[in-house]
Ligand binder design. Sequence first.
Ligand code: HEM
Length: 290
Amino acid sequence: MAASQTDTPAARAIEIFAELVTSGDANPYPLYAQLHELGDAATAEPGPVIAFSHAAVSEVLRDPAYRVVDAARLDETWPGWREHPSCLAYSLLLSNSPEHERMRALVAGTFTPSRVGQLLANLTLLLFAGFETTTHLLGNGLRLILTTPEVERSLRAGIMPAQAFVAELLRYDPPVHLGTDRWRPEAGDLCGVPIPAGSRVMALLGAANRDPRTFAEPDRFDPARPDGASLLSFGAGPHYCLGAALARLEATVAFPLLLDGFPWLASGGEPVRRSGVGLRGYDTLPVTVS
Ligand code: HEM
């Protein structure tokens, strides 16, 4: 479906996506809810395909028909990319099978000198993938605690286990809202939406986590919900986050320590959100601890 047909659900989805990118960083969730009314995914040739339902995002992440933008693809689309040393094209996140499996086994096992180039790219990846993400998870959780007294009370009283709080926080207000770009070499179909060959595909992880067809009452923060296994905050499929267990552990340790260390914790002013929809968190989050 083309974007010029402004009355079609696909064209409306593309408009909502444009709004998300320009002004969705304050609160993307109402826009996600509007997207969910339009189906699973939308395509605006020659623009990207946007996946927003849980089913569509899950399929993009897991199905090998969708590939991340690796060095070979960059050679086609951005011939000068090798002049940018910070580019992560040799990293796990931007490689496809079979190189991806080899690197994943390498990172999980032993580092050998012949892999120094890949190692440097992966160390750079670890720095941003492992640091900013967890920082924003802690910030988003702290903001929820500061603005929701019953959550703070239940956590302090031990009625709400920190592990369950973190699991639901990861669904309700995750730090990563956009998966790494995918593209689909062959034409195909995503939850009934036709995908032209060579399409760029964007997976809205934050939207998938609020899909009412997967999570009952998705806008309610409910650490007791039984559907947590469907969480897509750490991705899915071959690129599933390598640090997921570490990130969960860090947050599960940090929140109780914070609450134990500071019995009187309150908001110290309006927080300032970081800009951009890909990563969701705060630049500043004032707190008083008197
Ligand atoms: C709350 C914290 C975190 C969140 C929400 C998060 C989220 C994600 C997501 C969504 C992906 C997959 C991206 C995609 O498929 O497009 C990913 C991949 C990755 N993450 Fe995390 N992450 C977190 C913490 C960490 C930490 C602590 C580390 C390491 C210390 C880490 C290392 C990685 C690596 C290496 C990959 C690439 C895996 C691959 O391509 O095979 N992440 N992460």
